[in-house]
Design a protein around this ligand. Structure first.
Ligand SMILES: Nc1ncnc2c1ncn2[C@@H]1O[C@H](COP(=O)(O)OP(=O)(O)OP(=O)(O)O)[C@@H](O)[C@H]1O
Ligand SMILES: [Mg+2]
Length: 262
């Protein structure tokens, strides 16, 4: 079991008059799927970047297993909204990148890359250049590449944001399957209300609050169990049709748009 903790984290960017994130705390354990949501500009990416080690808190602490997070590390893999693949390299080389950095021999890393490609349902695409793939396929390569490092935590910033609705639904169940198989702790940012409810074990809502001169506070934490029901064998269609899902949807939408005229 591993634990990533953000403890009363605030971030103020240089020359900014307000905190981008104010006093945010969260705990991500192995096997959790935390979803961070909220209106644009409320500090979601900033908070994820603190967990990744790209941004240092101005106050508060970020830790993995008690050790302060000082820099990005192989224990925390990041999947960005844009796929951020290496365009000159093949699909297999992209996936195997972290293994290459670790000095894993060629044959072994090809074998592991192909196994990961099978896991994201891209068997047989290893030799293709990435520019021949669709957006959804590229996101799956990005996911396979992140998993190659066998991270303890997977941090994803709107990983499905650019996909069409049908591909996005398929990717949601793929993410749930990978979460179930890998046992990693996932922190994911999304604007999708249903996506947040379907995937998360806890949905964390951030709200900008210009009245107090501060932004990016965590204003709600909603425990959810729909993803666990999927893991237990219930079809996604049945889960979405459950009146409890509609009620949760309304509650989450209210929490996100609280204080805003509708
Ligand atoms: N590198 C930066 N330097 C200065 N200010 C920044 C920087 N990155 C973000 N900000 C500011 O911090 C605030 C929070 O930005 P952030 O990107 O974390 O929001 P977000 O919730 O991810 O928004 P979105 O949903 O649009 O992606 C915004 O006011 C933004 O302008
Ligand atoms: Mg963002």
């Amino acid at each position: 079991m591993s634990l990533l903790e953000l403890d009363h984290v605030s971030v103020r960017y240089q020359n900014a008059v307000r905190d981008a994130v104010a006093d945010a705390s969260l705990r991500l354990s192995s096997g959790d799927f935390l979803v961070l949501t909220g209106r644009s500009g409320c500090g979601k990416t900033t908070l994820l970047n603190v967990a990744a080690g790209f941004v240092s808190p101005s106050s508060g602490m970020a830790r993995v297993d008690g050790q302060p997070i000082a820099a990005p590390g192989a224990d925390r893999a990041v999947v960005f909204q844009s796929d951020a693949l290496f365009p000159w390299a093949s699909v297999r080389e992209n996936v195997a990148f972290a293994l290459r950095m670790k000095g894993v021999p060629r044959r072994e890393r090809d074998r592991r890359a192909d196994a990961l490609l099978a896991r994201v349902k891209l068997s047989g695409f290893g030799d293709k250049p990435v520019w021949e793939l669709s957006g959804g396929m590229r996101q799956r390569v990005g996911l396979a590449r992140a998993l190659a490092a066998e991270p303890r935590f997977l941090l994803m910033d709107e990983p499905l944001g650019a996909l069409d609705a049908l591909t996005r639904e398929r990717m949601q169940t793929l993410l749930l399957d990978i979460w179930a198989e890998s046992g990693t702790g996932i922190l994911m940012v999304t604007h999708g209300i249903e996506e947040a409810l379907l995937l998360g074990t806890e949905v964390i809502v951030m709200t900008p609050n210009p009245d107090t001169g501060q932004q990016g506070r965590i204003t709600r934490r909603i425990p959810v169990s729909f993803g666990r029901r999927y893991r237990a064998g219930e079809p996604v269609r049945a889960i979405r049709a459950d009146p409890a899902f509609a009620a949760a949807r309304a509650e989450l939408a209210d929490a996100i748009f609280e204080g805003e005229l509708q």
